[in-house]
Design a protein around this ligand. Sequence first.
Ligand code: SF4
Length: 893
Amino acid sequence: MDTIAISLNGTPVSGRPGMTILELAREVGIHIPTLCDDQFLKPVGACRICLVEEEKSGRLLASCVTPIAAGMTINTRSRAVIENRKIIVKLMLASHPESCLLCEKGNRCRLRKLAGDLGIGRLDYYPVPNFTGTQELNPFIMRDLSKCILCGKCIRADHELVVVGALDYLNRGFDSSPATLFDGPLETSECTFCGTCVSMCPTGALFERGKPHAGTIGARTATICSYCGCGCNIFLETVENRLISVSPNPANDINGKTLCVRGHYGHDYVHHPDRLRRPLIRKDGVLCEVGWDEALDFAAEGLKNAYSRYGSGAVSFLGSSKCSNEENYLFQKIARTIFGTNNIDTLGRLHSGTSLESIPFDAMTNSLQDIEDSDVILVIGSNPPTSHPVAGYRIKRAHLKGAKIIVVDPRRTGLAGFSAVWVPIRPGTDEILLNGILKGLLDSKSLDEKVKAEIAEELPEVIDSLAGFVPQLVEEFTGCSQPLLEAVVRLISEARSPAFVYGHGITRQINGTQAIRAIENLALLKAGPGESCGGIYPLDKESNTQGAWDMGTLPNLLPGYLPLDDPDAIRFFENAWKTSIPTKPGLSAAEAIRRARAGEVKAMYIMGENPLRSFLDPSEAEKGLSTLDFLVVQDLFLTETAQFAHVVFPACSFAEKDGTFTNIEGRVQRIRKAIEPVGQSLPDYEILCRIARRMGYPADYRSAGEIMDEISYLTPLYRDISYGKLEKGGIFRPCSRSISDGEKRLPVRRRAAKITPAEQGHLRVSHKRPEDGDFILLKGSTLYHFLGGTRSTRSARLLEMEQEGLLEMNPMDAGALGLRDGDMIKLHNDKNQVVTRIKLSESLPRGILFSPLFDRLTTFLAPLGVRATGTDVCRVRIEKEICNGPHEPPGEN
Ligand code: SF4
């Protein structure tokens, strides 16, 4: 490659064409101070602090925006440079309030540091007061624009990184400031309170509201966000064993300097007063605080009794998408070795389990970063900006780079505003649409003729299976007009590397597996997965759903997805665990709860899950759990589920323990202990070890790291992973980038090998049009509450923004029923009825309602037909009940 030679402070150096002086200086270890520059933002040369002198011409140049040119003679610390830097900083200080002693930014203020570095002891300029006062009512971010130095980082972060557009410059010259539209408060703007602007701000102009400690931080611990499966890297900032704030840890390629509102401001649940501090056991029907020994003895006795009286099939285990890999590994090991049962599952199966049967390991085929370089992105059944916001930023950034976005969703989600095509399909008909697109693609002229011939010759059954998915049928069932379908087919067929993103809108459907197979077929037809961009991106998981599955917290698979009917795998684990293990597949979470209700499952051990909030049919879960002889729950809070337990163990949060999470990409990352356990709580793995020892099984791990060593030894997927290696950063498991073809792991380019015939089960009840008066109820995550909200509803700040789960309704539907925004209505289906408040939303088409998943009331309106994975669409009817009373608890019809 060509290089460009220049002189830097008298030393000859060379750089690559296109490099700026600042980049080259950094590369060779020369420090140039900056204020407006950031590695994640495009340089703009706004602050001029980085100026350097070109000695031949005597010109002063902003080094962040000036490319190197052959023969340049650059001096980064000449007299002229230093004097001009001082003048610039003094001008900034002249309009800056002298409130450093009280400023929240404290010692981290870059302006103050720069003034100190330059030796500006006295300000000999006339001060220009610029008092604006602090603003905002929102619970997260405060603005004191009198401290703003107009570096524009907040605006650029908003435009370039999170692509929201809430901020821009207002006015010109001295009156210029970053502001929202019409200078309104942040809370009435498009702002999503991700806090990226706060992380970027070099002064105290933007700062976090409501921190329990305003002074210097005691320690920063690098760990992983505990909410969604993106697995963002964060620092937990602590003082005296208290979590004070969270900031992005930019040394990663998942989130860089961005986070979302949950990750940035929603971890205050760690110190919620409701945290369990001591173990509880039920005495005379009441849960009473006891010591650890008494609780552990009681739990071990109760579990042993159920096992010895009713056998291994009568005990069931529910692991957790929120607990670490080490904890899930240990949990399934206890179930299989001590209780001889494969009755082990997580609730992740109910929300994402349909894809377990499709993409191997259900991880993404590519890294999150690759979405950004895809040229066409189909987003179906997913609303990434609210469910997995950091993935949403990537999709929007791809749009900025010219990618065409196709959004398939009954709701006009925020992402639809960025789309080239929005397909508002009828709920539950995604599979038909996807197969229609597949057929369109196979029929299209722009698809590679060689690929078509290959499929026609090798896989005629695929062609046959798609024969029925003609545009007329697709339109009839899905509501996607033929021109719209043609537009989607055209975009995908012309794409170089299309990305396919799906989420709970697909994975929670009863026919989710078929829809995902159609997505795989589409991706394989375009040969995208595994390449440097494009691919398949399931956005359907919590912080460690992927890891819990990898660890074998599944009723039919051992750690590393080894099947129970593989005698070699069984022998291998039996040798390692020194005991026999059952080979008969166990009960899924849904089946276990159903069997509990039927009196067949007598005891259950639930670690870190709350089925009474997160189960697809919580009333069914309540009936099941209330009939158990014995229920053990370990959790952070006395959850709705824990209230039914006979023993409740107080467990540590992610901030109080070591371990690993595996994110949606399949990247294994360290979580680290930042504070001591709250009360007498213990890490889940420690509780499990104590229980196992009471059951006579040696579980003498001295640390979570020792459990990982065992995992790494026994699980091919995690081979060679150790805490030592993870210190250097997250590790991708090698298999997450390929698609399996049964026996062999195939290079993904062998496309025809995996394309499977479409299933013809599209004429299902779920695809019926709603009858008059019927509504279809959609449920999903919101920006402030992820899934059931067990933790986010204990974040005071998140709750302040979204306290109540409001039922969204199309204004025309509301008008037809004589309803107004905020009215209470009675909603019922064949199972339950609830009274709830409505919010009018133009984003919904007529006949469709939307309720947040964290709303405990509407979760009681489960559809009929909850299966091991997924449900049918939920049909409800509305009874007008205009009143202003509080929410009423659900009642059976
Ligand atoms: Fe946490 Fe997910 Fe938000 Fe990242 S995108 S900060 S992982 S909730």
